[in-house]
Write a protein that binds this ligand. Structure first.
Ligand SMILES: NC(=O)c1ccc[n+]([C@@H]2O[C@H](COP(=O)([O-])OP(=O)(O)OC[C@H]3O[C@@H](n4cnc5c(N)ncnc54)[C@H](OP(=O)(O)O)[C@@H]3O)[C@@H](O)[C@H]2O)c1
Length: 254
């Protein structure tokens, strides 16, 4: 059966412009002064993308950006605390005036990996803080940046999630972190469904266990964990891969 057009309600689906060249794309990576965010910034810059390296401590952000510029990347440090509405608003205004567009948003900033806690006894304030950064931080940043993508009908939003936020993940540790990533997955699915056909693709990616400050020793190299995230950030428009949960470019269960 063919689709019914409702009068007065224009379809969101339209002919999409060709994908911008990587050198035309502007990416924002949150929590990029170290760990996965830094490596994601490095790989995006190596692909020719202009990277806005978000860091809540400007000196650390500038140091990280300088290192990537020395490697030949076009990388600019920008102050960003995802838990601060003012910080997010100011950055959106700055990107709008200085770049006029945003093509890629990687919601990478994350914290509160509370391995020693249990759901029966975890401090509820800690759960609130985990949700504030891992869920609401990503949500707030996405709401602020989305208009800069919708302006030109192209965008890639990657929510850096975790397998431990999957519905069927076993284990009792990390209750605050786990719930925040499960909620981030839910947000990913909702937003992807809402934006389907708009040119903005929204996906969640688990990097696997990675040897960063959060992951600790024994995890895989950071470059390996970052590569699946960068893949999702650089997805072509066709076929439109949208609303999925991935690890190493393979779909995994929500
Ligand atoms: N490592 C793993 O094994 C693993 C596995 C699955 C998922 N992940 C996810 O991958 C992402 C990156 O983790 P990682 O291992 O690279 O962690 P990490 O080394 O601890 O780095 C976390 C980054 O997030 C930043 N951040 C924290 N709160 C912030 C806020 N309110 N505003 C802005 N930035 C903030 C930190 O900034 P500061 O330096 O200022 O603290 C830091 O740059 C997280 O979302 C994490 O949940 C990691």
């Amino acid at each position: 059966m063919s689709a019914v057009a409702f009068p007065g309600r224009p379809s969101r689906r339209r002919t999409l412009a060709p994908d911008p060249e990587p050198s035309q794309r502007v990416a924002l990576v949150s929590g990029a002064n170290r760990g996965l965010g830094f490596e994601i910034s490095r790989q995006l810059a190596a692909a020719g993308v202009t990277v806005l390296l978000g860091a809540r401590k400007p000196l650390l952000g500038e140091k990280a950006a300088r290192q990537l510029r020395r490697e030949g990347g076009s990388v600019i440090s920008v102050p960003l605390d995802v838990t601060s509405a003012d910080s997010v608003r100011e950055l959106a205004a700055r990107i709008g005036s200085e770049h006029g567009r945003l093509d890629i948003l990687v919601n990478n900033a994350g914290a509160y990996f509370d391995v020693d806690n249990q759901a029966s006894s975890v401090d509820i304030d800690l759960v609130r803080q985990a949700l504030e950064t891992n869920l609401l931080g990503a949500w707030r940043l996405t709401e602020a940046m989305l208009p800069l993508m919708q302006r030109h009908g192209y965008g890639r939003i990657v929510n850096v999630s975790s397998g431990c936020g999957a519905a069927d993940s076993d284990g009792t540790s990390c209750p605050a972190y786990r719930v925040s990533k499960a909620a981030l997955n839910s947000h990913t699915r909702m937003l992807a469904a809402e934006l389907a056909g708009s040119g903005v693709l929204v996906n969640a990616v688990c990097p696997g266990w990675v040897a960063t400050d959060m992951g600790g020793h024994g995890g895989r190299p950071v470059a390996e964990g970052a590569s699946g995230i960068v893949w999702a950030a650089m997805l072509p428009s066709r076929p439109a891969i949208n609303g999925g949960f991935f690890r190493d470019r393979q779909r995994i269960d929500w």
